[in-house]
Design a protein around this ligand. Sequence first.
Ligand SMILES: [Zn+2]
Length: 457
Amino acid sequence: MNKWIFQGNPTRFNVDAYLLDNDVITWSMRQQHLANYIEIGDDVFIWRSDGNEKGSSGIVARAQVISLPQDYINSEESAQYWYEDVTEVYLAVRLKVLEVEVENMLKRTNLLQHEILQHLPILKIRQNTNYLLTADLGAALVKEWEEAVEKSETQAHLQVKESNTGIVLSIPASSTIHLIECYHIHAFPSPRSYNYSNLVTFRKKGGAMRELYTVIGTFVMDVRHGVVNETIERFPTDVQVRIRQYVEERARDFGFEKPEFQFWVLCFEQSLQHEPQAVKTYNGHVYFTYKDLISGEPYVKISSNQTTNTKADYIHDFEQEMNELKVTPIEETEKEQIVKSRIGQSSFKKALLSFEKKCKLCGVSEEAFLIASHIKPWSISNHHERLDVDNGLLLCPNHNQLFDKGFISFLNNGQIVVSDSIDDNTRQFMHIQVTMKIKLTDRQKVYMQWHLENIFR
Ligand SMILES: [Zn+2]
């Protein structure tokens, strides 16, 4: 992999805003003779030139090449960052922005004093856009940059803590907590929308919190075939080792419920005295103040209910509950009972409620009455099917009974089919009409087909 410096001129376009606003950016390839050396995955450091402010130049971001050089024309979106009209077609590459460090940028004045980096070509020839670095310079620059990023992360922790009103994200993790404490890695199905706080703690069963961490790195990885080398190679070797061991052990003992996982690289900050517990227990993630958590009090108040009401969160909470059952050594039948009794108020229901808030058939909307039923029954579903929200149907008690026992089912187009074994009276009493039709997702249709063939009578 090659290492590059790409330069941008803040008098021509708003370099900082462009980097801060966008995950993917386009950068011109003016030194066309270098285009052949661009490879996908190359490291690119973004150099913001002086512009009108003398002495302000230096490296402000790190990015990664995600396309080979191609002809581009400015889109409307990118044009808003330009102070001039750029209408011509130009050769450019697409970059994924990894880190932006406007505060702790690598300043030109400091680089000039660096033993190795003083030889960076951009310090001598200042007008180019693209600079290809030698291996030595590239390695030294990566090291220097990583130190700057680490420094700014440390500053961020200190700020949060010093303010004493810092918010700590608390995540229930009873079944994986030993992995978290052992490897200082946390992973959860992606996407999931925590309101981000870089102070985080994990709750054991019962709600006790033992250790406080900061999040020092994040990435998303497809874990189906184990660790993806390219995804973690930007981390120091010791972190890479921890990630590998975490993935291996979790895959063996616990499993990954989804292909895509968000990973957090954690840094241990401190132990919590008396292992505080929340005054009120709650299954999902909650927030405490840093001040309360370190107060030494055995019970602490949940400081904020910034729980994000998204489907992803509910589904995750449900999966978490189910996985806890999975690792608890109890009989299958007993498990089924626990699941069934929980379904009434579980996050599986909440997940379904986030799609639709009433009985699919009659529109009863009182949440307390609605039942989250599995289309393919829980008892004969595999692990994935048990957790799959598409295998769920929200119905009122009457319609749930009819559906569960196979008196009604649905065709692929959502049209109801009613068993001959219920008479007209019952149909009327149960509010069933042959014209009823519901909406099914493509994946629900698969489960429904199974119901039609196996449960419908
Ligand atoms: Zn109903």
